[in-house]
Design a protein around this ligand. Structure first.
Ligand code: PLP
Length: 230
């Protein structure tokens, strides 16, 4: 598929033209550290995604299935799409034929459905298990014990159309850097318990430097690249 260029008319209509200079700086910094940059484009228009794409970015992250499907249909096909939100089991089928990595998996039920849908498309889908490392209450993410249960389960071993390649986590929403560091260190230690896991998806706009210092292999950055979300 041919990549659409932004016409000058498009550009003048686009009220929130994004800052590709900032992008180049962050991309370069992460490239030097061998950390993958995932540009989190949720709620942002395809024009903004194309602007980063044309500046060289190939990995984008989205949180909502319908929005992701629409953007996938509208944008160049060599984009690697990451699903970083909470994925409902019944919606796996809509993204199974193209998704590059699913970050937030936190149940065997969901792993089983991803495996089933991947098999239908003759694919192997890469996934990350989400661990709850923050202090805030949330329904999402595994604790250490639940992670262990899944990792050693015989069910997981039988799912031939998925690869569990690493862990994902979100640190507490706090300005206390020591606490954020401790949470990242904890996630890193969990990853290191399992030699088969190579990827660590942690770090967002406000804390990605700390995440990179503690072994992150991919950071999910939204507002720093695209501006704050409404
Ligand atoms: C929105 C979101 C991000 C990006 O957050 P920013 O603070 O805008 O960088 C990263 N990870 C997840 C899971 C998100 O939902």
């Amino acid at each position: 598929m041919k990549c659409k260029e932004l016409s000058s008319e498009d550009q003048s209509l686009n009220k929130h033209l994004i800052n590709t200079q900032k992008y180049q700086q962050i991309a370069q910094e992460l490239h030097e550290k061998n950390v993958k940059l995932i540009a989190v484009s949720k709620t942002k228009p395809v024009e903004d995604i194309l602007a980063l794409y044309n500046a060289g970015q190939k990995d984008f992250g989205e949180n909502y299935v319908q929005e992701l499907v629409e953007k996938h249909n509208a944008l160049p096909k060599d984009i690697n799409w990451h699903f970083i939100g909470h994925l409902q089991t019944k919606k796996v089928k809509y993204i199974a034929d193209f998704i590059s990595l699913i970050h937030g998996v936190d149940s065997l039920k969901l792993l089983t459905e991803i495996n089933k849908q991947a098999a239908k498309h003759n694919r192997k889908i890469n996934v990350l298990l989400q661990v709850h490392i923050a202090t805030e209450e949330t329904k999402f993410g595994l604790d250490e014990n639940e992670l262990d249960q899944i990792m050693k389960s015989s069910e997981l071993a039988q799912l031939k159309n998925i690869n569990v390649i690493g862990l994902m986590g979100m640190a507490s929403f706090t300005t206390n850097e020591q606490q954020i560091e401790n949470e990242f260190k904890f996630l890193e230690s969990l990853k290191n318990k399992y030699p088969g896991l190579t990827e660590l998806s942690m770090g967002m706009s406000s804390d990605y430097h700390l995440a990179v210092d503690h072994g992150s292999t991919m950071v999910r950055i939204g507002s720093l690249l695209f501006g704050v979300r409404a």
